[in-house]
Design a protein around this ligand. Structure first.
Ligand SMILES: Cc1cc2nc3c(=O)[nH]c(=O)nc-3n(C[C@H](O)[C@H](O)[C@H](O)COP(=O)(O)O)c2cc1C
Length: 176
């Protein structure tokens, strides 16, 4: 799958088969995450990989409403570490770029994934810190749940000409 196809066909998937993700694929999606751009190339991230079933279910009960979610094979908790920054304040952008790379790589490898919100919801950040031993200065940003998909979703065309301003706010027209 090429990059544009991955971008245009990625969807949030929340139903999974009960089948583990091979080690090599886990490594590949994390390597893709770490290939993201970051301010000053600081790479101020850490990833906590969770596969323990009881732990995963505990987080899912806390973070998502009933019935919305199946059982992911794994979750990658994407964390920002401000002490690693070169230009202070950019860790959310850096970690968001890493998270999107992770989602796209998962999709390109045939996995289904979804970004579950953590930062800036303080209770979720603390729940993850407490359960996973994440140090106090590190901020969990996203809880990316993933596994072999048990659902599929169609590609959506979300292009909105009204959101593109050509040379001047309010002037649109961008030929297809
Ligand atoms: C910052 C962020 C937080 C999100 N949080 C959640 C969440 O807590 N639970 C969830 O099921 N999906 C969550 N999502 C996924 C969005 O609901 C999803 O991306 C959106 O509905 C668009 O659908 P798509 O990903 O299939 O294109 C989140 C996405 C982002 C970018």
């Amino acid at each position: 799958m090429d990059a544009l196809e991955a971008i245009f066909t990625r969807r949030s998937l929340r139903a999974w088969e009960e089948r583990p993700i091979p080690e090599a694929l886990l490594r590949e999606v994390l390597a893709a995450a770490m290939s993201a751009p970051s301010a000053g190339d600081a790479r101020p991230w850490h990833f906590v990989l969770v596969e323990d079933r009881a732990r995963l279910e505990g987080f899912i009960r806390k973070f998502v409403s009933n019935g919305e979610f199946g059982r992911p094979a794994a979750a990658a908790v994407v964390c920002g570490d401000p002490t690693l920054e070169k230009f202070p304040g950019f860790w959310p952008q850096d970690c968001s770029a890493a998270t999107e790379n992770l989602l796209l790589a998962a999709h390109a490898l045939g996995l289904g994934a979804v970004w579950v919100a953590v930062h800036p919801i303080a209770e979720r950040e603390q729940a993850l810190r407490d359960a996973l031993g994440i140090p106090g200065h590190v901020i969990p940003l996203a809880f990316v749940s993933m596994g072999w998909p048990a659902e599929s979703k169609p590609r959506e065309d979300r292009y909105q000409e009204s959101r593109v301003h050509r040379e001047h706010w309010g002037q649109h027209a961008l030929a297809a």
